[in-house]
Design a binder for this molecule. Structure first.
Ligand code: HAM
Length: 421
């Protein structure tokens, strides 16, 4: 057979898995709506500047991973690498600038040109939320707690929550000076990437995954101590609120997150099933400039990677939701019986009964095989003789028993005897 695999880093999702996706998406909608969040669907591509401005030109995503192309008019467009920037672009048409809070959630495909690996795709899917317009530590804590509730409700337990503070813009220079003085002494023993980061974005050294840098980073000085008192108090209040909500967390000063828009609280969730290096969800508080606005709008939010949630669920052996298999399989012998079966299937389906049937001319034996394969509890059989008497022969595949039923009674019969309805 020809190999028509989809492009690397993408995947086809068939019903067996799509059912799990739907149940995760439905649980997300259910949990988030309890916290007052409504759905927002934004385009999968935006003008490129939405991401350049939103995520920051210096970020790895913007520099190396975006799928960018020109439209016919020569304008640069980009497939969204994440959801926050597009959501903020959409909310710029609302009154968030006036301090009115907007709570939105979204789910859908995101695109990053990364090297594909287990749990790393070029088209992946996020479920995310953004709480925009206000800034307060308790809002951050509520958002984190909601993420934990969502994970528990989809069957993911024992995850680890890491949190940290990035302070605000004014905190960065003094903290950078502390880090620069320390890392300058160790640069010779660090990886080439970190030497570049030292010049371009020293914060990224903190989340370097190379073993030679790990020990040096672990011994780095406490740069948060150089943040303003206000920023440190803000973070202390987030932690106190998480304590009050009984949400366990681990303060991790190495957590800086890869996107430039973060201020104050940042957080990431991981699970031992995927290893500590692979986040299943991440987010934080941010300040983003809306198109044409001089003032930044505050927000807090997160996104979880659906593929990774599913990998954890599989590792934890969370059962997949049961699919809907056909209750009845209609077998027709002769063209009149087939048409009558098509009408009967239509009637039953409108009543909510899943039905399968054979619509081509096939032998009785072949149709019985179809009935067996379908997993339906009832095989409903009719040929010319049954057509004449306006009856159906119904075989209960569970016990092999067979009955003659008037056609008008079939719905009631199925409902009464069905063990799946
Ligand atoms: P992020 O950490 O870049 O944050 O992505 C969030 C989640 O998306 C990750 O934790 C991971 O589960 C999933 N993910 C990211 N890249 C891939 C990939 N290549 N393959 C599979 N899964 C992936 C954001 O995107 C921010 N917009 C989150 C946010 C919302 N912050 C504030 N509001």
């Amino acid at each position: 057979m020809a190999n028509f695999a989809p492009p690397p880093g993408t995947a086809d999702i068939f019903e067996a898995e799509a059912g799990v996706w739907r149940s995760i998406e439905n649980t997300a909608a259910d949990v988030f709506s309890r916290y007052g969040y409504g759905e927002l669907r934004t385009p999968v591509f935006e003008y490129t500047e939405v991401f350049q401005k939103g995520l920051g030109n210096e970020t790895e995503v913007v520099q190396k991973e975006m799928y960018t192309f020109e439209d016919r008019g020569g304008r640069s467009l980009t497939l969204r690498p994440e959801g926050t920037a597009g959501v903020m672009r959409a909310l710029s048409n609302t009154d968030v600038m006036n301090g009115v809070e907007q709570r939105v959630y979204y789910h859908g495909p995101m695109f990053r040109g990364e090297r594909p690996a287990a749990g790393r795709r070029r088209q992946f899917h996020q479920i995310g939320v953004e709480n925009v317009g206000r800034c307060a530590p308790l809002i951050d804590a509520e958002c984190i707690a909601m993420l934990c509730t969502f994970l528990k409700e989809i069957g993911i337990t024992d995850f680890q929550l890491d949190i940290n503070t990035r302070g605000v813009a004014a905190d960065r220079a003094p903290a950078e000076a502390v880090l620069r003085e320390y890392f300058a002494k160790h640069l010779d023993s660090m990886c080439p990437d970190c030497r570049t980061r030292f010049e371009r974005n020293i914060w990224r050294i903190l989340d370097c995954k190379q073993p030679e840098c790990g020990k040096i980073v672990a011994d780095a000085p406490d740069y948060v101590a150089s943040f303003s008192e206000d920023s440190r108090n803000y973070f202390a209040e987030v932690c106190a609120a998480l304590d009050a909500l009984k949400v366990p967390y681990h303060v991790n000063p190495r957590l800086v997150r890869g996107l430039d828009y973060y201020v104050h609280t940042v957080f990431e969730l991981s699970h031992s099933a995927l290893g500590a290096q692979t986040s299943i969800a991440g987010g934080g508080r941010y300040e983003l400039y809306l198109p044409g606005e001089k003032r930044a709008v505050p927000g807090v939010g997160f996104a979880a990677g659906v593929e990774r949630l599913i990998m954890v669920r599989e590792a934890l052996q969370v059962p997949a939701p049961a699919g809907k298999s056909a209750y009845a399989y209609l077998i027709g012998l002769g063209s009149a019986a087939r048409i009558a079966n098509l009408q009967l299937a239509d009637m039953l389906r409108k009543e909510g009964v899943p039905v399968a049937l054979e619509l081509e001319e096939r032998s009785f034996k072949a149709q019985m095989r179809g009935a067996n394969r379908s997993g339906a509890q009832f095989a409903v059989i009719r040929g010319d003789a049954e057509m004449e008497k306006k009856i159906l022969i119904v075989k209960d595949m569970n016990d092999g028993s067979q009955s003659e039923i008037e056609e008008s009674q079939i719905f009631n019969y199925i409902c009464q005897r069905s063990n799946t309805k």
